[in-house]
Structures are given as C-alpha cells and as structure tokens.
Design a protein around this ligand. Sequence first.
Ligand code: NVA
Length: 309
Amino acid sequence: NVLPPLRSFLADDQFSKAQLLALIDLAINIKKHPADYSQALAGKSVAMIFEKPSLRTHVSFDMGINKLGGHALYLGQQNGKLGERERVSDYAKNLSCFADVIVARVFSHKSIQVLAEHASIPVINALCDVYHPCQALADFVTLSENFPDLSQVKLAYVGDGNNVSNSLMLMAAILAVDFTLVCPEGHEPQADIIEKTKQLAQESGSKFILTNDIDAIGKQDVIYTDTWISMGDEDANKKADILAKFAPYQVNHALMAKAQANMLLHCQPAHLEEEITTELFDSELSKVFQQAENRMWAQNAVLVTLLAN
Ligand code: NVA
C-alpha cells in the first residue's frame, strides 16, 4: 500500500510498511551517527503540548530536539486546560505562526485530530487515549536491534487493551509481526481497532490472536506489558476490583518461562508487583531502558522525516 509522504505522525493505521521500515532504519542510523544529524533541526522550533504527566516523552523529545540542533518549548497546563482559554483549532493556528512542529500529549484523540486539521505544520501524537505511536515505533526499533528478522518475531502483549497495545498491534500487523494480545474479559481493545488490525494482518500475512485465556499464550519471543490503569482512567472506587481481575495476567518469571520468552518490554512507568514483578523488571530479560532510550532516536527519526517532507 503506497501512502503519500508523512505530513504528520498521528495514528498507527496511517503508516505503510515502507514508511515504518524507513523510520526504523533512520532511527538506528541517527543513534549510530548522531553527529551527522546535529544540525538537522537547526533554526527549527517544536512546541510541545502536555495535558498529562510525562517523564520519558517530555525528556526524550526535549533532549532529542537539542541533539538535532533545534529548540523545544514545553507547554504544560499553566495557562489552563487545552480548549478552555481558546479553541484547540486556534491553539493550532497560533502555534503554526511560530513553531515548525507541534508535539502533543492529550486526553482525547479528537484534540490531536483538531490540532492536525488546523495547524499548517506537522503534528506528532505523543500519546492520547487511543494511540501511542512514538512508543510503538521505539519498540520496533528495539526489536530490530535484538532480532535479525523482524518478520520472524513473535510478540505478545499481556494486560489492559489500551493506547499502548493499540499502537503496538497495528504496527505489528503492518510490519508482518505475529502478535498475540491477552487481556481480561471486558478489557479488550476497541472494536474498530481490532477490525483494522485483523485487516492489516491479513494484508501483511501475519497472525493476530486476541484471547482472554492466559494459559493459551503459546510460544513467544517477547512479552510486553503496561499499566492496568492508564492516565485519565484512575478511579479509586474501581482500583481493588481491577487489581483482583488482572492478577492472573501479571507478567512474571513463571509466565516468561511458560511462553519460553526471553525478552520483556514495558513502556513504563511500571507499577511494580501489579502488572509486572520487580524481579522480572530488574532482570536480564528486561530491555525496558533500551526501549526508553530508543524513544529519543525513534522520535528524532520522525522529526527529521516530517521536516524533510
Ligand atoms: N497506557 C499508559 C501509558 C503511559 C506511558 C497511559 O496512558 O497512562
């Protein structure tokens, strides 16, 4: 499927295999030869809107942009909530007057769509309720570094069907990576994302399995997990029920052994002893800090590509 050059980086179902492979290659090249890209964003400014907390995304964008010779400006919520003091569309139009790229972490995907629709500059989704494409791209960079042939990798995600798993399963399907999602009943990804993933997996010839049965995990190379309660979904009254319901889905050494998996991924922050044991998170199997570092290289590849287009 041939797609036009990337204008923005918004949602994982909008990328072609060729675009993703090119971004992964570029990320690895920037990581190996950072000096070659030290002026790639010279004179360029990136406005970064954050509606939610962030460690890795905020720091990796800021320092990554610095490594490319550009300038990053953090816009938190000190001026009030996005869309309250002025319309999101006007926010996009104003930022387009000064900046060259908008990076946005928002509660609702709708805000990303409105920003992209009204900005005259590229917009990068730095996490919303539905997608986390920067994370998924970094994850496939990490897998490319650890496996000689991405298409032979068997990847399973165990836990809550959320923004991280949505991006991961869509990208896996595009890249022809076999993907299994195991989650408790009622915590599956939304229906349209499941349908899109099935369609993309069929096109690429990869497998996509969705199950509630943790005992059916099968042989995997990599197991990935994320928090059981995402930002914006916190509800003190429901926490005890969630912890009890998800307990059988905890990713630990026993599950890794059962799946014969030898790599653990987690986007972080980890809720130790909830979705993941401390022992496994800190173990040799864990590649979580390589994954974290690759956020910066993956995002730099996206920035360089968007500005070149
Ligand atoms: N699913 C998590 C990811 C955090 C990086 C959340 O949205 O809170």
